[in-house]
Design a protein around this ligand. Structure first.
Ligand SMILES: *Cc1c(COP(=O)(O)O)cnc(C)c1O
Length: 820
């Protein structure tokens, strides 16, 4: 590291400086001219221009951290669902207006160039988006932090519909080049797999790997909001080792060399689609170890330095494990300490436990990762040995504490015996970390009482809660410029980094003029959505209808089916004349959801939504009052236009199944009212916004559990509820499948005979809640009063607050301002 930063000034922060830099990028980096440039050229030049403003801050941040190391946070996550980078870089650097003006002076339109950016789809949904919100907040809070993850060559698949059915296409997000990443091939590290272990005469163990790959880091800027800090997100990409290539080339086998390269590079080829049933995919375990091993090595060798005293590691860093995906880091750190650095086992274990903390993200037992012992022993033989020893010592402690309760010991063992011997990663995480958190109050409580109950009894002090949040920069300031301006006019702009200040809006709920302007903004946000859906999907929606939105991954526990049943019931009532289209509240129901490609039932539900939608929209009577829109390929970019336009937010999971949800928070912050169950963070949203401003329905978690235990009979609801019966019969009749009764039979039959997520049990309560929604919506003054109160009372759901909670309860790192 050089002692002084070379005095290369950033381009001047004004329109002239911006324009000059833009033309320089277009001419000298992109190698074209204003006349010849394609839209992509113009976008790339713009991205590089904005990047150049942040570059000196990035360098300064990194230099400062090397000179004056402070306690840091490393967020380890297999997913970072970043969304578009340009918009966020513009607001973080204070360039938004300058860029718009500068580009206009060249005859270019900022919004048009913005739209050219392909978002990196490096995540499935909520978990990946949370990681992206968290690193944004850490930078804004001035915390020395780094995100570590995987640079998938193909992110989450691009969804299209053919005959209403989901078709997956590869997401070639890197095709046009990404101006936001900087490769650091000189900082590559080698990651090994396979082979065997050997014990030396002195008792030390050596892992003799069978093969290895290189991990090449790509750095992404994570700019704090107007504070001069730019943190780093480091994503690893797999390459074949040079030695490997050379040896094979020496034998002259070109094809074999290419095969080896392809094999190595497969590791970071694709993002695995989430389906809450982790499959024993060897490649997925390779991905996990690959990025975790590279990240630990990177931190220990490069950041701390090769000669550092690793006993100080816990003072320097907390590795936060985002779900179980990075949990193999625990035995990896043990291996580094014990095998490579010669630290005695007990001391190494004490260090390791103090370096890691674990965030659990689920309540579904089938979503807890397990890896077969056979696979782990083959792929990571030394790690398997380490896990055995960790388990032996842990179980000895369990016996010491609770006596020889062998049932308990078997329950708590990190190694499951049935149906096959497998490592329970959530248990390894619970044993190898100093803190375990759930992601909403209810979720943390259920973790303690159910999923990880034995561990909570064994070590209650480890358990805590941190309720999730979303970044107000992207999901309010960027996504909703109209509302942002209104809020700033009313209370100043401090809310962007201190979202609790939204509470100062409370008095404006009673200000008729403020409410009118709020409605006007909602209406113009709907106009933006109309344009987007028209251009992107060829879908026409009416901005003068209530926008009723359910967007999230497709999963049975989230209960998109409950929403479909409501649509079908309304269709039935409108068609039969029971409801008069002229006098009912006009709604547009918007769905957005991807199904994991291997999750059959989820894909059937997508087909059902599309087929019901086609029928509803095609019916001359029904469509006067009800329409369905299902734009394909829901992603962060779509969310940014959809959420600010929504009137009603559907958060209708079965109570006790959704860990937190973050979509629910985005909607409340943008003035949609929630119809929701008492689940995840909905509980806290309702407590904060008040019962009068939230449409609660459905069973509570204890009620649902009690029914399940006593024996749940979904068909009884069908038999006793005429409305429900008509809706289900209509689906079964072939009404939405061209008369073919077999198409949706599996869905109907599953609901009648299994209904694991109690759709039928909550049906009537949901329909009643929707009646209340309609009645309330007719009183637009009351409705808008509630929307203002939702915004004013949702400041708690900022990811800045989440990060502060992690800092106070887990990390204990302090802000370090970057000197300008
Ligand atoms: C916020 C977000 C999610 C999470 O939504 P939930 O309703 O909390 O499941 C998923 N996908 C995208 C693109 C998001 O922006």
């Amino acid at each position: 590291m050089t002692e002084t930063i070379p005095p290369i000034a950033s381009p001047e922060l004004n329109v002239e400086g911006f324009t000059r830099q833009y033309l320089r990028e277009l001419t000298y980096t992109q190698g074209t001219t204003l006349e010849r440039a394609s839209t992509n050229d113009k976008y790339l030049a713009l991205a590089r221009t904005v990047r150049s403003y942040l570059m000196s801050r990035w360098n300064r941040t990194v230099t400062q951290e090397f000179r004056k190391p402070a306690r840091a946070v490393a967020y380890l996550s297999a997913e970072f669902l970043l969304g578009r980078q340009l918009d966020n870089a513009l607001i973080a650097s204070g360039l938004e207006e300058i860029a718009a003006e500068g580009l206009a002076s060249l005859g270019l339109d900022l919004d048009e160039l913005r739209a050219a950016e392909v978002e990196p789809g490096l995540g499935n949904g909520g978990l990946g988006r949370l990681a992206a919100c968290f690193i944004d907040s850490l930078a804004t809070l001035n915390i020395p932090a780094v995100g570590y993850g995987i640079r998938y060559e193909f992110g989450i698949f691009r969804q299209t519909f053919v005959d209403g059915r989901q078709v997956e296409e590869p997401d070639n997000w890197l095709d046009n080049g990404s101006p936001w990443e900087i490769a650091r091939p000189e900082q590559e590290v080698e990651v090994s797999f396979g082979g065997h272990t050997e014990v030396g005469p002195d008792g030390t163990t050596t892992w003799v790997p069978g093969w290895s790959v290189l991990a090449v880091p790509y750095n992404y800027m994570v700019p704090g909001y107007l504070n001069g800090r730019v943190n780093t997100l480091r994503l690893w990409s797999a390459r074949a080792t040079h030695a490997f290539d050379l040896k094979i080339f020496n034998y002259g086998d070109y094809a074999e060399a290419v095969r080896a390269q392809t094999f190595a590079e497969n590791i970071t080829k694709v993002l695995y689609p989430e389906d809450s049933t982790p499959q024993g995919k060897e490649l997925r375990l390779q991905q996990q170890y690959f990025f975790v091993a590279a990240s630990l090595r990177d931190f220990v060798e490069r950041v701390l330095g090769p000669d550092s005293d690793l006993r100080e590691l816990p003072e320097r860093i907390t590795f936060q494990l985002n779900d179980t995906h990075p949990v193999i880091a625990i035995p990896e750190l043990m291996r580094i300490l014990v095998d490579l650095k010669g630290v005695p086992w007990d001391e190494a274990w004490a260090i390791t436990q103090k370096c890691f903390a674990y965030t659990c993200h689920t309540l579904l037992p089938e979503a807890l990762e397990v890896w077969p012992v056979e696979l782990l022993s083959r792929l990571l033989p030394r790690h398997m040995e380490i896990i055995y020893r960790i388990n032996d010592e842990f179980l000895a402690q369990v016996r010491a504490k609770f006596g020889n309760d062998e049932m308990l010991v078997r329950r708590m063992s990190i190694i499951a015996e049935y149906p096959e011997r497998a490592v329970r990663m959530a248990y390894l995480a619970s044993v190898g970390t100093f803190k375990i958190n759930g992601v909403a109050e209810l979720h943390s409580q259920l973790l303690r009482e159910k999923v990880l109950n034995d561990f909570a009894v064994f070590a209650p002090e480890k358990f805590t809660n941190v309720t999730n949040g979303v970044t107000p920069r992207r999901f309010v300031r960027l996504a909703n410029p109209g509302l942002s301006a209104l809020i700033t006019e009313a209370i100043g702009d401090g809310w962007v980094t201190d979202l609790g200040r939204l509470s100062e809006l409370e008095p404006f709920a009673d200000d008729a003029e403020f409410r009118r302007r709020f409605r006007e903004i909602k209406r113009s946000n709907k106009d933006r959505l109309v344009t987007l859906l028209k251009n992107r999907d060829g879908i026409d929606i009416d901005p003068d209808t209530m926008l009723d939105v359910m967007v999230k991954r497709l999963h049975e526990y989230k209960r998109q089916l409950l929403k479909v049943l409501h649509v079908v019931a309304q269709y039935d009532r409108l068609k039969s004349g029971e409801l008069d289209p002229a006098s009912t509240v006009h709604r547009t129901v918007v769905f957005g959801a991807k199904a994991a490609p291997g999750y059959q039932m989820a894909k059937e539900i997508i087909a059902l939504i599309n087929h019901v939608g086609a029928r509803v929209n095609g019916d001359p009577v029904v469509s006067q009052a009800l329409r369905v829109a299902f734009p394909a390929n829901y992603n962060v970019t779509v969310a940014e236009t959809l959420v600010p336009a929504a009137d009603l937010s559907e958060q209708i999971s079965l109570a006790g199944k959704e860990a937190s949800g973050t979509g629910n928070m985005k909607f409340a912050l943008n003035g949609a009212l929630t119809v929701g169950t008492d689940d995840g963070a909905n509980v806290e949203i309702r407590q904060l916004v008040g019962d009068d401003n939230f449409f609660l329905f459905g069973l509570t978690e204890p009620e649902a559990s009690a029914i399940q235990e006593a024996g749940y009979h979904p068909a009884a609801h069908y038999e006793q509820n005429p409305g429900l019966r008509r809706a289900l019969d209509l689906i079964a009749s072939g009404e939405f499948s061209g008369g073919d009764r077999s198409v949706f039979e599996p869905i109907v039959s599953n609901l009648l005979h299994e209904d694991r997520f109690m759709v039928l049990a909550d049906y009537q309560s949901y329909i009643d809640a929707q009646e209340r929604v309609d009645a309330y919506y007719r009183d637009q003054e009351a409705w808008s009063r509630s929307t203002v109160l939702n915004v004013a009372r949702s400041g708690f759901f900022s990811s800045d607050r989440s990060m502060q909670d992690y800092l106070d309860r887990i990390w204990h790192a302090k802000p370090v301002p970057v000197e300008l």
